[in-house]
Write a protein that binds this ligand. Structure first.
Ligand code: T3D
Length: 260
């Protein structure tokens, strides 16, 4: 078990699950410069301490994340902020060598919505919502929204969401295939922790290779993808978890995966 002390997030790792909770509830967990630094530090721990086999991201209070804190914004240097904060954040989350579950506990707006959508399994509380709020303040969708949205919901819906900036309910997001599932508000925390614990007990290397394959498939031809599957299957077959999975199947017992 690992715990760390932060101000605008809380972070701990238990039973293979690194839990990162955005924790500025009075401001709907909007991102400040200080919060970005803390998230970077926490994600660095996830990548290096060897304790986590699944990352769970959520928010404290009635919101998940309202995107950039508009009171903590250098309006003259937005490209620097993207370069330093949002772009590495999205790349780290999508490239992490383990599954990333997002428990969307309330409204997810702007870069907050796009952080959620960059995660591997997005589970929303029934009362949660998603807002591409950027156009309301004269900005373009960032944090990979223009990459993620068309892939998740297609161009017409991506255009509608971003040009209008309306709130999309969790239920509608589910119907559009934008997220994995919707659960009742009071079940979200327990449900997503159980999901994260389950994922943390699975063959981590194979899961990491699987998410990489699926994400890369958008840019590959069929031939390139088949070649990548061949290479990644070769890597998966060299893990202890592969040996264990086959041995457990043949012995008719549950596997005990270690992530090796
Ligand atoms: O380079 C760069 O840095 C650019 C990067 C940009 C990335 C982005 O994310 S841009 C988009 C930024 N986000 C927004 O524009 C969303 C702004 N917020 C809203 O539209 C609404 O708050 C919500 C739709 C998210 C929720 O509405 P509602 O009615 O449920 O809550 P509220 O009353 O508006 O907000 C509650 C409090 O949170 C309130 O504070 P108060 O009055 O109680 O002291 C509100 O000001 C504060 N808050 C909400 N969002 C932000 C915020 N404070 C600062 N920044 C926010 N983004």
């Amino acid at each position: 078990m690992g715990t760390s002390s932060f101000d605008s997030i809380s972070f701990d790792t238990q039973d293979g699950v690194a839990r990162l909770t955005l924790n500025r509830p009075d401001k709907l967990n909007s991102f400040t410069e200080a919060m970005h630094q803390e998230i970077r530090d926490a994600l660095m721990q996830v990548q290096t301490d060897g304790l986590a086999r699944c990352l769970l991201i959520t928010g404290n209070g009635r919101g998940f994340c309202a995107g950039q804190d508009l009171a903590d914004l250098d309006m003259t240097a937005l490209s620097d902020v993207l370069e330093k904060n949002y772009n590495p954040l999205i790349q780290t989350v999508t490239g992490l060598d383990m599954p990333v579950v997002c428990a969307v506990n309330g409204v997810a707006a702007g870069a907050g919505a796009n952080l959620a959508l960059a995660c591997d399994l997005v589970v929303a509380a029934r009362s949660a919502s998603f807002v591409q709020a950027f156009s309301k303040i004269g900005l373009i969708p960032d944090a990979a929204g223009t990459w993620t949205l068309p892939r998740l919901v297609g161009l017409p819906r991506a255009l509608g969401l971003t040009l209008l900036g309306n709130r999309l309910t969790a239920e509608q997001a589910l119907q559009w295939g934008m997220i994995w599932e919707v659960v009742e508000d009071d079940a979200l925390a327990e449900h997503t922790l159980a999901l994260a614990k389950h994922l943390a007990s699975q063959p981590t290397v194979a899961l990491a290779l699987t998410k990489k394959l699926l994400r890369q498939s958008y840019d590959n031809t069929l031939e390139q993808q088949l070649n990548l599957e061949r290479d990644f299957q070769s890597a998966a077959s060299q893990t202890k978890d592969f040996q264990e999975g086959v041995a457990a199947f043949l012995a008719k017992r549950p596997p005990n995966f270690t992530g090796q």
